[in-house]
Design a protein around this ligand. Structure first.
Ligand SMILES: Nc1ccn([C@@H]2O[C@H](COP(=O)(O)OP(=O)(O)OP(=O)(O)O)[C@@H](O)[C@H]2O)c(=O)n1
Ligand SMILES: C[C@](O)(CO)[C@H](O)COP(=O)(O)O
Length: 226
């Protein structure tokens, strides 16, 4: 089956507070996005890679690719005003009648290869493969009255990407009006009344969001070189 991966990187990275958007910041000597593209390519070079960026960053990205001698083939697609819209633009760019598509945050460069492969396998089997991890800490639910109460953590999972789907179904799911609850792609799919399938993610697969995440990322890379 045809395989594609949409790496969304159309955001501004405001929480990072850096002079350039976080997806271009160097980590382990090269921009975050180059690590993410490389890992998908290494899993399977036949995966069609789609990189969603703000249109105003296209020329900057091309300059970075030249500077770093980065030559993994990928297609650039213009981002939207929200993650939902960036994903939809990525999906609209795929013209195949059917296939599998992994949707992944460009700023999650530490996804394990096994997680990517498993998400494609599960999506082929059941229609979707969503990477999640169990909680290590206890959790409490906050009430509007200022009180809090115990929650059974075994019933909760932290949601990561990749979130991989059968192309025809996820394309149909994204033909809806965006609502606030659509913080990830599984929620958009589920909105159609379809059940998602979960797969085990990897704990290192953090979403680089704040400066501490970059430090942790440098640490992870230094460990992997040992
Ligand atoms: N309009 C948008 C907004 C977000 N994203 C992408 O969605 C992923 C997860 O979003 P987040 O970590 O919130 O990134 P930013 O929106 O860039 O960060 P911030 O909220 O701090 O500005 C990122 O890869 C981001 O680039 C996107 O493609 N298009
Ligand atoms: C898609 C996601 O990374 C899953 O955890 C997350 O929901 C993105 O959230 P953000 O609000 O765009 O940071």
């Amino acid at each position: 089956m045809n395989k594609a991966a949409i790496l969304v990187a159309g955001g501004k990275g405001t929480r990072m507070g850096a002079p350039i958007s976080k997806q271009y910041l160097p980590i382990g000597g090269k921009p975050v996005l180059m690590h993410t593209l490389q890992i998908f390519y290494e899993v399977d070079p036949s995966i069609h890679l789609i990189l969603v960026l703000p249109a105003s960053d296209f020329s900057y990205w091309k300059e970075l690719c030249q500077e770093y001698g980065f030559n993994i083939p990928h297609q650039l697609v213009e981002g939207g005003n929200s993650r939902f819209q960036s994903v939809r633009n990525g999906l609209d760019s795929i013209t195949w009648a059917e296939g599998l598509v992994a949707i992944h945050d460009g700023v999650r460069p530490f996804v394990a290869k096994e997680v990517i492969s498993n998400s494609f396998l599960e999506a082929e089997k059941s229609g979707s493969g969503i990477a999640v991890i169990a909680l290590k800490d206890s959790i409490r639910k906050l009430g509007d009255d200022g009180k809090s109460c115990y929650q059974e953590r075994q019933y909760f999972r932290l949601v990561q990407t990749p979130q991989t789907f059968l192309l025809s179904k996820i394309k149909k799911a994204f033909q809806v009006t965006e609502i606030q609850q659509f913080t990830d792609d599984a929620t958009v799919y589920e909105h159609q009344g379809w059940q998602v399938s979960l797969i085990a993610g990897n704990p290192e697969n953090i979403k680089i969001t704040t400066p501490e995440d970059l430090q942790y990322g440098e640490f992870l890379l230094s460990q992997s070189k040992k």
